[in-house]
Design a protein around this ligand. Structure first.
Ligand code: SF4
Length: 449
């Protein structure tokens, strides 16, 4: 059997698609299948935004680099919105026939579609509809495989379901080990020139899920047991792909994992970035991490108010966070901060506590990425809304995406009030930033800035 894995537009084409590469690796390790992959998102962008690809390759200074991304970000948002509207109106999005023809349906028995972001679901609906018309079997997977797309393919939720599906179709299983050091991931199918980046940045995952799994707003982590992947496998993956820049997509990393990864990166001269909680157990290791190539950390700081952090079950101490940021900054590591406003019951005073915290620690902050809390299926705040003063939860049907959730709160500022407050203080936040704001949307690019 011959299977094609596709990754539909639209998401930022600045890094390689980990979901597709690791799925191919899984299928080839455990099943007797012929598998190819096709990053249609990169193919779309290479055609539609050719001028930016050219400009990135020719850019000489980091200011140029940031400007190109700023212009690309503005234009691409408009293009995505226009094309999503086209799909909603039953029309073909841009480059549809050309992109669809890359699938070469006559060569495959089945197509598997990986959906990581909601923004991929519109173009994917067009593609899946067309495949459905041709009578081609499609399977779907990924965190965004919800809503309308499910009408056109069979959802396989995890590795167990994938193996069951194919063995029932008569495909033989193989004895293999996904994480054997002799079986590294390979990104060779993803041509470097298809990605909007001056250098190739590899997305790498070092563990199965977040080991902490307690933040009450969070739906990111996979609900699977925590497992750390073999260091020898990670090392060979970096070697096999001649990695120079790596963005760790782990939701969280333990201190031991950080040190072990830094050790292999030091020897291979790899620069990397990761996401962490600012906990005090990390104090004292920054120098080793920096020497091991750590360039940038995105910290889940979320709030400057200890009451809100406790309600979020963030497990961090706001008194200790400045020390963690200072040590990291003094060592030479870039600090990017995630901040979340309007967590249920947050007051205006607590909102301002966060702004004051940011200003007080601005010397050690390179970029602030803000968001407004949203209630999502699977989050602890959704499962026990009464604990957070959340009332009147409603779900509104949408055409392509799964329903959107609205709610009211018994006390604290609403999302609307938080947006108004944020507008008022945005210039104060902007003054803190030393890295251009555009890199909030393609954070891995800070490795090259
Ligand atoms: S926010 Fe981060 S640390 Fe908290 S549960 Fe989610 S993934 Fe884990």
């Amino acid at each position: 059997m011959k299977l094609l894995l596709i990754y539909p537009p639209f998401c930022t084409p600045t890094t390689l698609p980990y979901s597709l590469v690791s799925l191919k690796h899984f299928l080839k390790t455990y099943l007797d299948l012929e598998v190819n992959l096709l990053d249609l998102n990169a193919e779309f962008h290479k055609r539609r935004f050719a001028k930016y690809y050219q400009a990135i390759k020719e850019s000489k200074t980091k200011e140029d680099y940031a400007e190109i991304f700023t212009n690309f970000d503005k234009e691409s948002r408009e293009v995505y919105a226009k094309n999503n509207r086209a799909v909603l109106q039953g029309k073909d999005p841009e480059y549809f026939q050309e992109i669809f023809s890359l699938i070469k349906t006559e060569d495959y028995d089945m197509i598997a579609c990986s959906l990581v972001y909601n923004s991929q679901c519109f173009y994917a609906t067009g593609i899946l509809k067309e495949l459905h018309k041709k009578g081609i079997t499609c399977i779907l997977g990924g965190p965004a495989a919800k809503g309308k797309v499910l009408e056109y393919g069979k959802l396989l939720k995890d590795e167990h379901e994938i193996l069951k599906f194919f063995t029932e179709k008569g495909i033989k299983t193989k004895q293999g080990d996904f994480y054997a050091s002799s079986n590294p991931l390979d990104f060779f199918d993803c041509k470097e020139e298809n990605y909007l980046s001056k250098e190739r940045i590899l997305p790498i995952k070092t563990s199965s899920t977040c080991f902490y799994k307690q933040c009450t707003f969070c739906t990111h982590f996979a609900k699977v047991p925590y497992k750390e992947y073999e260091i020898a496998w990670l090392e060979n993956t970096l070697k096999q792909n001649s990695a120079k820049y790596v963005f760790l997509i782990d939701d969280m990393l333990s201190k031991e994992r950080l040190l072990a990864f830094a050790e292999i990166c030091k020897a291979l001269k790899v620069q990397w970035a990761c996401q962490l909680r600012p906990t005090s157990d990390l104090l004292g290791i920054s120098k080793k991490l920096y020497a091991g190539g750590l360039h940038s950390v995105s910290w889940g700081v979320e709030s400057g108010s200890q009451r809100i952090l406790d309600l979020m079950k963030k497990g961090t101490d706001i008194e200790k966070v400045p020390q963690v940021l200072k040590e990291s900054h003094d060592t030479g590591i870039q600090n990017i901060l995630y901040i979340m406003f309007a967590f249920p019951t947050e007051t205006k005073e607590e909102f301002m506590e966060t702004i004051n915290f940011l200003e007080k620690n601005q010397e050690n902050i390179d970029l602030v990425c803000t968001s407004i809390f949203g209630l999502q299926h699977g989050a602890k705040a959704y499962e026990s809304p009464e604990e957070y003063g959340i009332i009147e939860i409603k779900e509104k049907q949408r055409t392509v995406l799964e329903g959107s959730i609205t709610y009211k709160i018994k006390q604290g500022i609403t999302n609307k009030e938080a947006r108004i407050l944020q507008k008022k203080v945005q210039n104060r936040i902007d003054k803190i930033n030393k890295i251009p704001k555009v890199f909030k949307c393609s954070r891995e690019q800070v490795l090259l800035y």
